[in-house]
Unconditional design. Structure first.
Length: 435
């Protein structure tokens, strides 16, 4: 997590002060529940909130204590006692450190999810706006990087919209799965703490309770969460890569906005590079790379070991902060993307009409020509055009075997661009629910 690729709201979620505030709230809410069921005095629970509810924790002081204790939660509790005084003996009653750490991580990941969901909503809004803007802007569709058949740029963006709609649904599910509280003691048996405490804390923090924990919340939940982030990152890379291809000099159908004073190269003043999309591509690789360690964290020894701890201390902030930044950057790219319909039209026409070859093939078969023979007829006229030796429609009109089956007016009809776009409204209806 470095400032260059961080945004303030998400970065603040992972600051030490935020973490210690959540730790305190977990402990204080637990004390409220303990007081309610008569385990500790109600006056003590009230004093804990009054004496520490609004303090700013001294991070340096906690770090100094931890250098002695070699235990972060003990260091925090020691510092907390400095504010609370005698009532601090009632804090952490029957709890283990993971009750605090895991519940805190659940709160942080749930809040991070909310930020990421807002990010996806912004990206979806940008994609929808640009999709409708270019709903009927014709361009060539490509398979294997080669010209295939006509489509529209709006249709391309509608595909991305549908994909990120699925991403949003997955993140909603992942948030629900990760937002889980466990305050069940040393091995999850509630031996020294009443289950009602867990239920109270969970409700206060907006979490569900873990049905059966060990000392920790099972890590399959976290694996699914980070895997979901990885899939979102992959979708982002797909869209960013598409923009990079469209910006290539030989294509130049769309390009990133180039601001006043921006420089593309230290050596070549003419350069306008897709640096933002390339940046998104690189950041997506990082986020995706954090999914595998999360999956490896699932298999811990017995009721718990700490091999997962160091992993999560790094990937939880890094994955969420990086994805937050990358989503905002990708939204910026889409929102300001410069589109060149004239270049799209020029590229669409580059192959001299070859993009209509399938229509000719099908028309021949519908007139009784076998598919094999029809394919051969079309291909023998297509290959010279591919080599730059003529126009496809003209060659077809001059082919006597083709003309025996398809008259010139019918052939001309088969080269109608509008034919390929006739179902764009239908697709938009399915994607956006409106025409």
């Amino acid at each position: 997590m470095i400032p260059r690729y961080s945004r303030p709201e998400m970065a603040a979620l992972w600051e030490a002060q935020t973490r210690f505030r959540i730790w305190f709230e977990i402990e204080a809410h637990a004390c409220d529940a303990l007081a309610e069921i008569g385990v500790i005095p109600k006056e003590a629970a009230k004093a804990i909130w009054e004496k520490a509810g609004h303090v700013t924790f001294d991070v340096a002081r906690i770090d100094a204590i931890e250098k002695v204790t070699h235990h972060d939660v003990v260091a925090f509790l020691t510092h907390l006692a400095e504010f609370i005084g005698p009532e601090s003996r009632f804090v952490h009653q029957g709890m283990t450190s993971s009750d605090v750490l895991d519940t805190c991580l659940a709160v942080q990941l749930a809040r991070a999810s909310d930020i990421l969901l807002s990010d996806i909503d912004a990206l979806l809004a940008a994609l929808k706006r640009r999709a409708f803007e270019h709903k009927l802007t014709p361009m060539i569709g490509r398979s294997h990087g080669i010209h295939a058949e006509p489509m529209t740029f709006g249709f391309k963006l509608a595909q991305a919209y549908a994909e990120f709609s699925r991403a949003r649904e997955r993140l909603v599910h992942a948030r629900k799965e990760i937002a889980t509280c466990a305050i069940s003691g040393a091995v999850g048996t509630f031996a020294n703490i009443d289950p009602r405490v867990e239920a109270h804390v969970a409700k206060k923090l907006g979490l569900a309770v873990e049905p059966a924990s060990t000392q920790i919340i099972p890590r399959d939940r976290h694996a699914m969460f980070f895997a979901t982030l990885g899939v979102i990152a992959s979708s982002m890379e797909r869209l960013a890569t598409e923009i990079r291809h469209l910006q290539r000099t030989e294509v130049l159908e769309a390009e990133e906005f180039f601001s006043e004073g921006q420089k593309g190269s230290s050596a070549m003043p003419h350069k306008r590079n897709p640096v933002l999309s390339e940046n998104v591509t690189g950041l997506a690789r990082l986020v995706r790379g954090m999914a595998m360690p999360a999956m490896e964290n699932v298999a811990l020894w017995h009721e718990r070991d700490i091999s997962h701890s160091s992993v999560e201390r790094m990937i939880a902030p890094d994955a969420t902060v990086t994805l937050d930044f990358a989503l905002a950057r990708l939204t910026q790219v889409i929102d300001k993307l410069v589109v060149y319909p004239a270049n799209m039209k020029k590229n669409l026409e580059r192959l001299g009409g070859l993009i209509h070859s399938q229509r000719v093939l099908l028309a021949l078969t519908q007139k009784g020509v076998s598919r094999e023979e029809a394919y051969a007829l079309v291909q023998r006229n297509a290959m010279p055009v591919w080599r730059g030796e003529g126009d496809f429609l003209t060659l077809l009109k001059n082919d006597t075997e083709v003309r025996k089956v398809l008259a010139a007016p019918k052939l001309e009809e088969l080269f109608d661009l509008a034919y390929h776009l006739k179902n764009i409204d239908f697709i938009f209806e399915r994607v956006f629910g409106e025409s």
